[in-house]
Structures are given as structure tokens and as C-alpha cells.
Design a protein around this ligand. Sequence first.
Ligand code: SF4
Length: 100
Amino acid sequence: MRHGADGLIAIPIAIPVALGLGARSALAGKQLDAADPTAQALGYVHDATTSDKRTDTSATCGKCQLYTGSDGTEWGPCALFPGKDVNAAGWCTAWVAKAG
Ligand code: SF4
């Protein structure tokens, strides 16, 4: 005599397909508005060549110690502007030469 296992019930498993939606841009910073009060106070400009305060003509955000953007990208994070990206070709009065 054999007892079957026909009492098993298939239970549907819900897969949360929505995981990750809406989170894609959460890590990317917004571009810093040059009109931001802190940016203005530091003389920040998106294009370093337009600044009349810059004395080192090779100084740009991309070559600044406080810039953490990847080489070759147009915009990247700066320690002075949390959550915002500055232009790699930009500049401000807090510029510090990147070490190395
Ligand atoms: Fe650019 Fe450096 Fe000024 Fe940040 S601190 S805005 S990276 S020059």
C-alpha cells in the first residue's frame, strides 16, 4: 500500500520586481548651481577660464585635491559640496593641488 503526497499545495512566490526602481539616480550628484550661495562665496565657476580670480591657469576642479570624480568625466563630486557635482573644468578659490 502506498500513500501519495498529493496534499502538497503549490504556493506562488512573489518576486519583488520593483527592487531597485527609482534608486538608480540616488547615488549620482546633481550638478552644482553656480548661483548657489556657497559656490558664489567661493567664486566657483563651471569654466575655470572665465574666472578673474584664478592665478594658476592650469588649476581646475579635475586637478583639485577635493575633487573625487573619475578621470575623463565631465562632472564629479567635490568635498565642499556634498551631494552635488562640480565641473571638472571648473574652479573655485578653495582649490588645492591634487597630491601625486
Ligand atoms: Fe573645484 Fe576644488 Fe573648488 Fe571643489 S574645492 S569646487 S574641486 S576647485
